[in-house]
Design a protein around this ligand. Structure first.
Ligand code: PLP
Length: 359
């Protein structure tokens, strides 16, 4: 049987997608070879790549004045690519700090320009919250404002899109395709694929056309968005299998009714889990209600000495990868699009049994 996988990334993929990939692994559409063994320049592969882009554009309603790039290097390489492409003559940007991933983006950007940081988290009655963008001290000459929509490790998420005058740049690695999104509010969004899109090795960048001509001259060609856009993300060999599999995930998501339909299920899932945690004396979540992540739910046990046992018993019940990030400890359930409501119900049932037994 397949277990329920709560891994933060690489994360669960829809079983139907894996079955489809399995069925055509050895012989893709009667061609006698796997899609992995095909030239990325072949007509067949280009059709697969273009269909994936068309489906993503359709799912997110991406306006025509945005390029969609299928790149490599993970979201972390974008921490460098973004300043190199977008800092421009001002050489200045604002970065919003909300946790470990935005912090990494800040550290990398500081190697390239003047980075002003806004510490946007604060304490509300012992819980962590995000200050609304009206209260941020933004710079006048920032080329862009960067933030991380969903801090995958801390489980803290923006309840709304910030309002800024400079173009908004967002790390959506762990929240893309989980919630309907107005792309026109952004200058650029990016996401590593391994949370809500597909296998690791692929990174999606969606960037507005008018931001493509401010690159630093020394930028590596492979990081240059305009060069990648001019070459349909095939400046060199792309991550062909990850791109193909992302295409299958997009197809699956369309069959589920698209982003709005999956968002409803995501809300059901997160409400179920937070609701259970909140009524329990045994478990706790450290985030203020409006900023709770609907994708990554960290929680602690009243008695932290029971953590190891919790993980052991969870694994025996086929509930996998519930340990928190190595830097913060505790537990974390990542409940991305591919984790079904039944999986979250099974987790809640297990948590309840565990609390009754050991509480
Ligand atoms: C996982 C993650 C990253 C890093 O992704 P890589 O592809 O491993 O570089 C960056 N930001 C967020 C929000 C993430 O969840």
């Amino acid at each position: 049987m397949r277990a329920y996988n709560f891994c933060a990334g690489p994360a669960a993929l829809p079983t139907a997608v894996l079955e489809k990939a399995q069925s055509e692994l050895l012989n893709w559409q009667g061609k006698g070879v796997s899609i992995m063994e095909m030239s990325h320049r072949s007509k067949d592969y280009i059709a697969v790549a273009e269909q994936a882009e068309a489906d993503l554009r359709n799912l997110l309603n991406i306006p025509n004045n945005y390029k969609v790039l299928f790149l490599q290097g993970g979201a972390s390489l974008q921490f460098s690519a973004i300043p190199l492409n977008l800092l421009g003559k001002n050489n200045q940007a604002d970065y919003v700090h909300t946790g470990i991933w935005s912090d990494k983006a800040i550290k990398e950007a500081k190697r390239y320009g003047n980075i002003h940081t806004i510490d946007a988290t604060y304490d509300v009655e012992g819980k962590m919250a995000i200050r609304p963008s009206q209260d941020w001290q933004l710079s006048e000459n920032a080329s862009y404002v960067h933030y991380c929509d969903n801090e995958t490790i801390g489980g803290i998420q923006f309840g709304e899109i910030p309002t800024t005058t400079a173009p908004l740049v967002a790390d959506l690695s762990s929240s893309i395709l989980s919630t309907p999104l107005d792309i026109s509010k952004f200058g650029l969004i990016y996401a590593g694929a391994q949370k809500n899109i597909g296998p690791a090795g692929l990174t999606i960048v969606i960037v507005r056309d008018d931001l493509l001509d401010q690159t630093k001259p020394e930028i590596p060609s492979l990081l240059k968005y305009s060069a990648q856009a001019d070459n349909a993300s095939m400046l060199n060999t792309p991550a062909t299998y990850s791109w193909y599999l992302a295409g299958l995930v997009f197809e699956w998501l369309k069959e589920q009714g698209g982003v709005e339909a999956i968002h409803k299920i995501n809300l059901e899932k997160s409400n179920l889990l937070y609701g259970y945690i909140d009524q329990s004396d045994f478990y706790a979540n450290p985030i203020a209600q409006p900023n709770r992540s609907i994708m990554n739910v960290p929680f602690t046990l009243a008695d932290s000495s029971l953590e190891k046992l919790f993980l052991q018993e969870a694994e025996a019940a086929h509930l996998l990868n519930l340990a928190g990030h190595r830097s913060v400890g505790g537990m974390r359930a990542s409940i991305y699009n591919a984790v079904p409501l039944e999986g979250v119900q099974a987790l809640v049932d297990f948590m309840d049994q565990f609390a009754n037994k050991h509480g």
